[in-house]
Write a protein that binds this ligand. Structure first.
Ligand code: 13P
Length: 249
């Protein structure tokens, strides 16, 4: 299909990695090639500038994990999208379930952060997904629809937005939805994107995230409307991360 977006495999390192982790990044750079898939690593903010320097000219993008909605100001400990861009990031994850839960971020705040990302020239990787209780109660599509509706800004396109479907119960648990379940949710999200953004919605990437490993990547990445992966734990080791990317070899 002409509108099928090029796949993206992005690693979310979360709060992991000291400067010595640049050895792992070098391995990713050496093993990653400009093949069928775009590669991105989102390290902790302390490593962005160093990693961006290492990745210069390589087929690897560097992203960030969160940003403040404002460009600058009296917000101790926070980082603006402009700062992340200045450090060398090209994208920023916003609305990750760990931030929604542990930092009580609302859809409105997530949307403001996505808009901040755009203001700074970054791609916003907006995460949505249901909890275990919501899935059991058969509320998955309602939750995903509500989060998408309220977290995604108007005016999205394939360059400025990536959506990551991350069922909360699949994150760090080793559990994954069945390919049929993933297909149902991703197809539903595609419909939402097309309904809201028209033709542009066809080529916005929808990543799957939650316990993606080299052993299950091929199966998950073949699901219709899965345009790549947002990988947590398995992105910390170059071999595993590249093993997942090879699902697109
Ligand atoms: P895991 O791959 O460790 O389950 O984490 C997924 C995730 O939260 C990526 O953002």
């Amino acid at each position: 299909m002409a509108d099928t977006p090029r796949a993206l495999v992005a690693g979310n390192w979360k709060m992991n990695g000291l400067r010595g982790a640049s050895a792992e990044l070098e391995k990713i750079i050496q093993g990653g090639s400009a093949g069928q898939v775009d590669l991105m690593v989102c390290p902790p903010a302390t490593l962005i500038a160093g990693f961006a320097t290492l990745a210069q000219g390589a087929a690897l993008m560097i992203g960030a994990q969160d940003c403040h909605a404002e460009a600058a100001g009296a917000f101790t400990g926070d980082l603006s999208a402009e700062m992340l861009r200045d450090a060398g990031a090209v994208a920023v994850i916003v609305g990750h379930s760990e931030r929604r839960m542990l930092h009580r971020e609302t859809d409105a705040e997530v949307k403001a952060k996505a808009l901040a990302a755009w203001r700074a020239g970054l791609t916003a990787i907006v995460c949505i997904g249901e909890t275990k209780d919501q899935r059991v109660a058969d509320q998955t599509l309602d939750v995903v629809q509500a989060q998408a509706q309220s977290s995604l800004p108007d005016g999205a396109n394939a360059q400025n937005l990536v959506v990551a479907y991350e069922p909360v119960w699949a994150i760090g648990t080793g559990l994954t939805p069945t390919p049929a379940d993933v297909a149902a949710v991703h197809g539903f999200i595609r419909g939402l994107l097309e309904g809201r953004y028209g033709v542009a919605g066809r080529s916005i990437r929808i990543l799957y995230g939650g316990s993606v490993k080299p052993s299950n990547a091929s199966e998950l990445m073949q699901v219709p409307n899965v345009n790549g992966a947002l990988v947590g734990g398995a992105s910390l080791k170059a071999d595993d991360f590249l093993g997942i990317a090879r699902a697109y070899a």
